[in-house]
Design a protein around this ligand. Structure first.
Ligand code: F0G
Length: 464
């Protein structure tokens, strides 16, 4: 095992700057905690050369579609295909520019859009679609950010990368670190992440620590660790992650031939993804790639509703942290790091922020599953939230809506099996409220291996 390198390389680039979202300070280098050296607020990446020479929207669109015919790894990646709007790596000393662009990629992005006709009928919104990020290489949207941030970590010379995670970030980070020849350290809350996600991190070779705390405790510890050890932080505090995750919105708009939808709805946990999608929408508008902004809305679980409370109780001025609790463990986060960025993009796009109950999440997940698509519980908050936004007349029946499904169904099989067996809410305060979900359940049927028995089941199912 190699110890972490003792000199902590700093990242320095040519075509972009770090901007503090608090005081606006611009800098060409970032410390390992990715916080402003003056006011300690979060950093974002900005492209000053766009002010001087704005890239032409038409040239960008045609370059991106031309690259779809290419077989080079950067073009086959659904993230790096959009590299004109991503930070450029300076070539390593002595390397050609192409060598400098060497990226760690698993062909991330390129995710499908699906119509959701049954959910459309349920919600009364006929033009309802899902952008399914669960088809990414490790099964979640994290891969789109990880390809960029891991590439910069390696380019900056780090041997170790690390993250705190509710599961998906760790799975993704471990995979990209392994592909890039780096070691990875994972901090996850003990007992509060799904086995599927944990198994991915183990298989991809991460040093995995299950800490006796929650996600927020893991993240706090990681922040201290990166100040002491030369370990590169790959949480979404890292602004390179968010640049990669921007491509979800670029790809979506390209799939829509640059005709903006009315609404995009995304789950909110640590609030990096909503911030990234919002940043992409604003940049696309500023560059003339789209003529108007879709409304970006964020949905949280009632038990992990820090942004909902922050907006309702302080008008977005001060974070209201919560002690998070939800079976949608991916978003079991009470102290979201990117709350300010998310509050900004919600305001800029005119989006809403809602919360949904555990029963509503389980119902929505089963309804998405019944479309033959499936997703993990955290992703299903989008459909549950849409139902509320329709009731409030925030989403109108003639508007188009895109739900971002962030993770694959197989990410949390325990939740799905517990639901279908009727065990999910057993003994909980939601037990009686969940009775109405019985028609959605498909419990496995244990039978003798007899033709008669199977035929009877078939006849019974035909009647129901
Ligand atoms: N959906 C899924 C499936 C997630 O894994 C996460 C976050 C979110 C939604 C929320 O996204 O944090 O950008 O607001 N998972 C992180 C993790 C925290 O560690 O895997 P966010």
């Amino acid at each position: 095992m190699h110890p972490p390198s003792t000199s902590a390389p700093r990242v320095r680039q040519a075509d972009f700057l770090f901007r503090c979202i608090g005081c606006g300070d611009l800098s060409d280098a970032a410390g390992q905690d990715f916080r402003c050296s003056r006011c300690a607020d979060l950093l974002e990446i900005t492209y000053p050369q766009w002010q001087k020479a704005k890239p032409s929207a038409e040239n960008l669109k045609s370059a991106w579609s031309r690259r779809r015919l290419s077989l080079s790894p950067v073009d086959l990646s659904g993230v790096w295909r959009f590299r004109d709007l991503l930070p450029t790596l300076e070539p390593a000393p002595g390397a050609t520019r192409d060598d400098g662009q060497q990226v760690i990629t698993l062909r991330e992005g390129n995710t499908p859009l699906y119509e959701l006709p049954q959910c459309a009928a349920i919600t009364g919104v006929p033009r309802l679609f899902a952008k399914h990020q669960g088809t990414n290489p490790t099964g979640s949207f994290k891969d789109c950010g990880m390809t960029v941030a891991a590439t910069f970590a390696r380019r900056a010379g780090f041997r170790w990368v690390a993250c705190a995670s509710t599961g998906n970030t760790s799975a993704s980070m471990a995979a990209y670190a392994a592909r890039g020849g780096m070691r990875s350290l994972v901090l996850v809350p003990e007992g509060k992440i799904s086995w599927s996600k944990l198994s991915q991190a183990l298989d991809y070779g991460a040093v995995t620590c299950q800490l006796r705390t929650d996600f927020d405790g893991c993240l706090r510890l990681l922040q201290e660790l990166v100040r002491r050890a030369p370990v590169y932080q790959l949480n979404s505090i890292n602004p390179f992650r968010l640049e990669g995750q921007k491509t979800l919105a670029l790809e979506l708009l390209e799939q829509l031939d640059w005709q903006p939808p009315d609404h995009i709805i995304v789950p909110g946990g640590n609030l990096g993804n909503s911030s990234a999608i919002g940043k992409a929408l604003l940049e696309m508008r500023d560059l003339g790639l789209i003529a108007r902004l879709p409304k970006l809305s964020v949905i949280q679980a009632e038990g992990a509703n820090a942004l909902v409370r922050t907006l309702r109780e302080t008008g977005g001025k001060r974070l209201v942290s919560v002690q998070a609790e939800t079976r949608a463990t991916a978003i079991r986060i009470g102290n979201p790091a990117s709350w300010k960025k998310a509050a900004h993009v919600l305001e800029a796009t005119g989006g809403a922020c809602e919360q949904v109950s555990e029963v509503e999440i389980a119902q929505a997940k089963a309804e998405i599953g019944a479309e033959g698509i499936g997703c993990e519980p955290a992703s299903a908050v989008t459909l549950a939230g849409l139902k509320k936004l329709v009731k409030q007349n925030f989403v109108k029946p003639d508007e188009s809506v895109f739900l971002v499904l962030t993770g694959n169904l197989l990410k949390d099989p325990d939740f799905t099996i517990d639901f279908h067996r009727g065990d999910l809410f057993k003994g909980s305060a939601d037990e009686s409220a969940s009775a109405r979900l019985a028609p959605l359940r498909r419990a496995p049927i244990v039978l003798d291996a007899a033709l008669d028995a199977v035929t009877r089941v078939l006849e019974q199912a035909e009647k129901s």
